[in-house]
Ligand binder design. Sequence first.
Ligand code: SF4
Ligand code: SF4
Length: 464
Amino acid sequence: MNTPVDDYFRSHLPNQQDDGKRRWIYPKAPSGWFTRWRTVVAVMLLTALFAGPFVWVDGHPLFLFNVLERRFIFFGVTFWPQDFYLVAVGLLTFIVFIVLFTVVFGRVFCGWACPQTIFLEMVFRKVEEWIEGDYRARQRLDAAPWTTEKVVKKTAKHIIYFLISFIIANTFLAYIIGRDEWLPLVIDNPLNHLGGLMAILAFTAVFYAVFAYVREIVCTTICPYGRLQGVMLDKNSLIVAYDYIRGEPRGKIKKNEPVPPKGDCIDCKLCVHVCPTGIDIRNGTQMECVNCTACIDVCDEVMVKIDRPKGLIRMDSQTGIETRKPFRISSRIMAYSIVLLALVGVLAYLLVSRPALDATVLRAPGQLFQREAGGRISNLYSLEVINKTYGNLPVQIRVNQPGATLRFVQPLTDVKPGEQAKTMFFISMPERSVQQNSTPLTIDVVSKGKTISQLKTSFLGPVN
Ligand code: SF4
Ligand code: SF4
């Protein structure tokens, strides 16, 4: 196991001073192979995120998460509250996927795909660097007295932060209420949409606070996924790891001393300077590491300069570092994969077999039965139909009981796409055919000549 230089890191957060106050992190901008690919991934994900609410297919949004109206569209497929079981199975699958992914690849999601990291490192930090300079210049500026230059730089930075937060908040709201509901909030008189405007400002304030002040604390302290690393990672998980066998004993290069003087680590501390959570990866795997891979890039540059092989810090498992053996699939990974495959299978089946139409029939509350002319008994029912498709659906119902007839209070017409239709109807039967207090009935819901669902209910009547 790695022998840390001292144990200070065990009792102190990387962003905490001795007196308990926050230590502001000033990460150096990384560059290199991993950073280039991270940038490509970030640009793709940001493009997808900002385009998401505005991409419509066949006149319908690709994504909508309307919690207010309980309507969700995911990749063009509409989900209703009645589809909650699908959401539950989908969430379970997603959680198992995350656990499996973490067991195998560690916290790569955090460093490469999490919106918090992407926005902070690829957007807000870039703005900061552009206005205030590199990490040393930013440190100097913060320590300097409030001169005109400092006021101008800080004001400009925070105005841009606020504007970016405003754009994120608008996108976020467009995902919730949809493009067509969101657009009037922007182009119409704001006084006509005070509620929407307040929502945008509230979201803006949250995003601004997170990216301007809270920053890495989200990853190191708030995010539950980060806190769970300890139970998900094992010795075979792929993580950003320092090869302490190669690197130790660390030591600075002295003039006229052969390279490497001791181990390969020349204790330049550049891996610490680039770390956005302020940790020293040479102390071993730590919960604060978001696997951003910045330290790999910077250390590789150092290795090239001192003519040593790259990969003193690399993606590897703890076992890989200790035994020098390549990464292999463990029995734990196999077990998780089997569970994940089974869940994906169940989810796919539920999605494919999801009916295009959801119907519920209920007997009218508080009513027993009515006697009608001609010796017939009738019961009143309510019918609710949800059309989950994007086209009009003609709906008819049929009752499977000899002698039973249907009479609608309101006629049942076509159900519009994505809408819910309600109607009331009577079922009547000859009194002499009613043999029990409660007769089980099956009602067929038919659309375009096809039985979409069969609903079970009961018919109440006096026993002859
Ligand atoms: S960047 Fe590499 S060489 Fe420099 S301190 Fe970190 S591990 Fe050692
Ligand atoms: S230790 Fe390396 S990979 Fe982990 S957060 Fe810091 S820079 Fe990123």
